[in-house]
Design a protein around this ligand. Structure first.
Ligand SMILES: [Mn+2]
Length: 526
C-alpha cells in the first residue's frame, strides 16, 4: 500500500518534471525565434564563412541582415571578392548575391515602436543620393530600402545624382531600371563635381520643402523616416540625423547593437569621430529621445531646404570630400539652429574597408578645406587650426578667396564660434592653452638678430638672420605640444622609424610632412 502510493507519487513527480522541462524547452525555442527577428546573428552564420557542411540554405543570402555565406575555398570566388574590394572598398560580390530588396530586422527599441510615437501631418521629403561608381546591387538596394520602408506619401521624390561615374552600367541601364519608378529622378553631372558640389546640385534640384541626404550604400530600416521628419517639422532650423548602424563591408552582415550610444564629435584638427554618449554633459529622460550632437558624420541627415539655403549650402570652394560635415555642424548651431541624433531612426550603412574614391584626392584637400572653414567660421579659434597645420595665417593664393563666405555668414545673422563651443560642445577642451606660442625663435644670448631657420633644401635647422617673412623662420608650439614650422615638426634625427605614425600631423588631416623633425615632450628629453 505504502509502496504503491510512493510509486504513484514518483511517477507524478516525473510527469510534472518532464512537462516542466518540455515547456522550458519550448519557451527557449520561442525566445530564440523572437530574438532572431531582432538580432540577426545565429551561430550558423556568425563565422562569416559558408554554411555549416551538410546544411541546406533555407533563406536567401543576407536575409534579415545575416552575413552572406561565401565559399572561400574557391579561387575564382576569392578573386571576384578581391576585385570588388579593390573597386568599391566593400564586397560587391557578396552584395550581388543578395536580394536588392533583402529583409532587415526591426532594430528599433520597443519605446520607438509604441503607438504614441506616431506623428501625423509630416511633410514629404526629397531624398538626395549622390553616387560615384557605386556597385549596381548596392545602389539599387539603397533606393529600394527607401521606397519599401517609407510611407509612400512622405517620399516626394528620390534624386540620384551621378557624379560623372565611369561605370557603364550606371548610365542607360540605370535609367531603364528606374523608368518604372516615377519618383526616382536621375541627375547627371556634366563633369566630376566631387561629393560636396554634387550634393549641392542635388539639393538645388530638389522640389520638396525638406531634403533628406543618404549615402548610396545604405539600407533604411522600418520606421527610419518618420522620426526624422518629426524633428524637422517641429523646428525648421533643426537638422535631424538618423542613428547609423553598420553593415560589415565584407560579409554584408548588419551589426545593429551599439550605434545609439554614440554622438558625433571632433577634435581641434576637425577630424570627425564618434564619442560615447557617456562623455557628454547633457542628460535626457531616456536613451531614445533625440539628443544634441555637436557634429555629424555628414552623409545622412534631414534638413529644411530653406534653412540649408540660408546657410549657404556648403562652401563650394571645398574640394572633393571632407570638412563639409563639420562646416554644416558649426553653421547649424551658430545660425539659430541645432543638430540632433534620432535614436528611433535607424539606417544601416556599409562600412567600407577602404576608400578607393579618395585615392585620387589631393593630399592637401583636407588642409585647404579646414583652413577655409576656420577662416570663415572659427573667429579667434581659427589660429588653432593654423597651428595644427603650421600655417601662420590664411593665404588666399593657396586656399582661395573666402570673401563671399564671410559675407554669407554676416547676412545669415550667425552667432560666435565661442558660444557654439560653450553651449553645443562644452566637452571640447579649451584649445587656447596658456604657454602656446607662435612666431620667431631667437637666442638672446647669441644674437637678437638671429632666428631659428628651417632650410627646406636639406631639411636642416640653423640660426640665420631674421627675415620677418613668417615662412622658414615661423614656428608654433601648438595645442599638440609639437614645435612645428608649416607642415614640419621638429623631432630628433633617426626617430622616424620608431615613432608611432598616429601621432604625426600627417594623420591629422591629409598633409604629409616633408621633413622629419620633431621635439619630444620634455619628460622624454632628460
Ligand atoms: Mn558612406
Amino acid at each position: 500500500m505504502f509502496r504503491r502510493r510512493s510509486l504513484r507519487r514518483l511517477v507524478a513527480v516525473c510527469l510534472y518534471l518532464s512537462v516542466f522541462c518540455a515547456s522550458c524547452f519550448l519557451y527557449k525555442l520561442w525566445l530564440l525565434d523572437g530574438r532572431s527577428e531582432r538580432i540577426p546573428v545565429d551561430k550558423r552564420w556568425s563565422s562569416g564563412g559558408g554554411p555549416v557542411k551538410g546544411e541546406i540554405q533555407d533563406t536567401p543570402p543576407g536575409d534579415l541582415g545575416r552575413p552572406v555565406p561565401l565559399d572561400l575555398s574557391n579561387n575564382e570566388t576569392r578573386q571576384l571578392i578581391q576585385e570588388g574590394m579593390d573597386t568599391f572598398g566593400y564586397n560587391a560580390y557578396a552584395s550581388d548575391l543578395m536580394s536588392v530588396r533583402r529583409r532587415l530586422p526591426d532594430v528599433r527599441a520597443a519605446w520607438c515602436r509604441m503607438p504614441e510615437r506616431t506623428v501625423t501631418n509630416l511633410p514629404a521629403t526629397s531624398v538626395v543620393i549622390v553616387f560615384y561608381n557605386e556597385a549596381w546591387s548596392v545602389l539599387l538596394r539603397t533606393v529600394h530600402s527607401v521606397l519599401d520602408r517609407s510611407p509612400d506619401h512622405l517620399i516626394h521624390e528620390i534624386l540620384l545624382v551621378d557624379d560623372c561615374s565611369t561605370a557603364t552600367y550606371l548610365k542607360t541601364r540605370l535609367d531603364d531600371y528606374f523608368a518604372r519608378y516615377p519618383k526616382v529622378r536621375i541627375i547627371r553631372a556634366p563633369r566630376r563635381l566631387g561629393l560636396i558640389v554634387a550634393k549641392i546640385t542635388g539639393a538645388r534640384a530638389s522640389t520638396a520643402s525638406v531634403i533628406t541626404f543618404l549615402d548610396a550604400h545604405v539600407e533604411c530600416t522600418v520606421g527610419w523616416l518618420e522620426p526624422l521628419l518629426g524633428e524637422v517639422a517641429n523646428n525648421s532650423t533643426t537638422i535631424a540625423i538618423p542613428t547609423i548602424d553598420q553593415i560589415d563591408g565584407y560579409t554584408m552582415q548588419l551589426e545593429a547593437d551599439f550605434a545609439p550610444r554614440l554622438v558625433g564629435a571632433y577634435r581641434w584638427d576637425l577630424n570627425f569621430g564618434w564619442w560615447g554618449r557617456t562623455a557628454m554633459k547633457k542628460t535626457y529622460p531616456n536613451p531614445y529621445v533625440p539628443f544634441d550632437t555637436p557634429a555629424m558624420a555628414g552623409g545622412l541627415f534631414t534638413i529644411k531646404r530653406a534653412f540649408f539655403e540660408r546657410l549657404g549650402w556648403y562652401d563650394e570652394g571645398f574640394e572633393m570630400y571632407g570638412i563639409e560635415n563639420i562646416e554644416l555642424s558649426m553653421k547649424s548651431w551658430m545660425c539659430g539652429g541645432k543638430m540632433v541624433i534620432v535614436p528611433c531612426s535607424r539606417v544601416a550603412h556599409i562600412r567600407k574597408r577602404s576608400h578607393p574614391y579618395l585615392n585620387h584626392a589631393g593630399k592637401d584637400v583636407i588642409m585647404k578645406n579646414s583652413l577655409r572653414l576656420a577662416e570663415v567660421w572659427m573667429d579667434e579659434y581659427k589660429q588653432v587650426l593654423f597651428d595644427v597645420y603650421g600655417v601662420p595665417r590664411y593665404f588666399e593664393q593657396y586656399f582661395g578667396s573666402v570673401e563671399d563666405r564671410k559675407a554669407l555668414r554676416a547676412a545669415a545673422g550667425c552667432g560666435s564660434f565661442r558660444d557654439y563651443v560653450l553651449n553645443a560642445f562644452p566637452e571640447m577642451m579649451n584649445p587656447l592653452v596658456p604657454g602656446a606660442f607662435r612666431g620667431e625663435m631667437r637666442n638672446a644670448a647669441l644674437s637678437a638678430e638671429l632666428c631659428l631657420t628651417h632650410q627646406p633644401h636639406n631639411h636642416s635647422l640653423s640660426m640665420a638672420n631674421c627675415d620677418g617673412q613668417q615662412r622658414n623662420q615661423f614656428w608654433t608650439h601648438n595645442f599638440y605640444r609639437e614645435l612645428n614650422n608649416y607642415s614640419n615638426c621638429i623631432e630628433p634625427f633617426g626617430a622616424r622609424e620608431k615613432r608611432d605614425r598616429k601621432t604625426l600631423p600627417s594623420q591629422r588631416g591629409n598633409a604629409k610632412p616633408t621633413v622629419e623633425l620633431r621635439v619630444r615632450q620634455s619628460a622624454d628629453c632628460q
